[in-house]
Ligand binder design. Structure first.
Ligand code: ZN
Length: 268
């Protein structure tokens, strides 16, 4: 089986419902052959992820790797019960991941069918981007490493980043298909009203406006965005070098092909 779903929930009926819904959401995506995906649906909010990734965080996608120099298992602050589910001890007694991508959803995300569906679909789209559009995925990881001051200077909002925009478009479409357009509209309206901060409100207001069902041109949108960041070329160049030195990324066969000169031709 290319994926495993773990649902932490004391109510057996609810647990079965959430597992079935997650399976239905996953069924909307063509998973890459050979991929080993693990989805963990929690029944509490894991505060450390809220602290690390922002209060508005509802779930995450983490590409995992058993590359020895990459310490992301230890550093990632998984809840113990998630770490136990997604790893096994190898012959040296070291933890190895049982899957190459993990999606985690907080408990509050799973309280509503639409919430679970939208966030799971959003993270699944990141999983597909990582598998099928690794370079665009990687450029996103590079851009978000600009300093806070630089990032604010770009006037790019998180939902303007192409992989984020695509994930929002796809997640809304999948949720409308599975849960119906009206429940999705009500859920998004409620998120706008019960927002945790101004950025989160603007993010959900952006989702409110999404109506287009045309396929999103991820590579083109990514190219356009980076070409607009010429003023940050020297910072991006330094971050790219750090990225290429990072064992968590440089084991990927396409890492060596990342080149800013592809976007800023005269800087080659
Ligand atoms: Zn995202």
């Amino acid at each position: 089986m290319p994926y495993t779903i773990w649902v932490k929930c004391h109510d057996e009926v609810l647990r079965a419902e959430r597992e079935a819904l997650a399976g239905k959401v996953i069924g909307e995506f063509s998973l890459p052959t050979g991929a080993r995906l693990g989805c963990f649906l929690d029944d509490i909010d894991w505060e450390r992820f809220k602290n690390d990734h922002g209060r508005s965080n509802r779930g995450i996608h983490v590409p995992t790797t058993n590359v020895p120099q990459c310490p992301n298992l230890l550093e990632f602050n998984w809840p113990d019960y998630v770490a136990r589910a997604i790893t096994f001890p190898d012959e040296l007694g070291l933890d190895e991941y049982v899957c190459d991508n993990v999606i985690y959803l907080h408990g509050s995300t799973c309280l509503s069918r639409v919430g679970l569906t939208m966030t799971l679909a959003h993270e699944l789209q990141h999983f597909l981007q990582h598998a099928n559009h690794w370079q665009e995925w990687a450029w996103n990881s590079i851009i978000v490493r600009l300093t806070e001051e630089e990032f604010m200077g770009t006037r790019i909002y998180p939902w303007d980043l192409p992989i984020e925009r695509e994930a929002r478009i796809v997640s809304k479409q999948v949720a409308e298909k599975i849960c119906g357009a009206q429940p999705v509209e009500l859920y998004v309206d409620e998120r706008v009203r019960k927002t945790v901060d101004q950025n989160d409100r603007s993010d959900w207001q952006f989702v409110q406006t999404l109506r287009d069902s045309r396929p999103y041109e991820l590579a083109n949108e990514n190219r356009e965005l980076i070409q607009g960041l010429r003023a940050y070329g020297s910072s991006l160049k330094a971050i790219l070098q750090e990225f290429k030195n990072d064992p968590c990324f440089n084991h990927h066969p396409r890492c060596k092909d990342l080149n800013l000169a592809d976007f800023f031709a005269d800087d080659a």
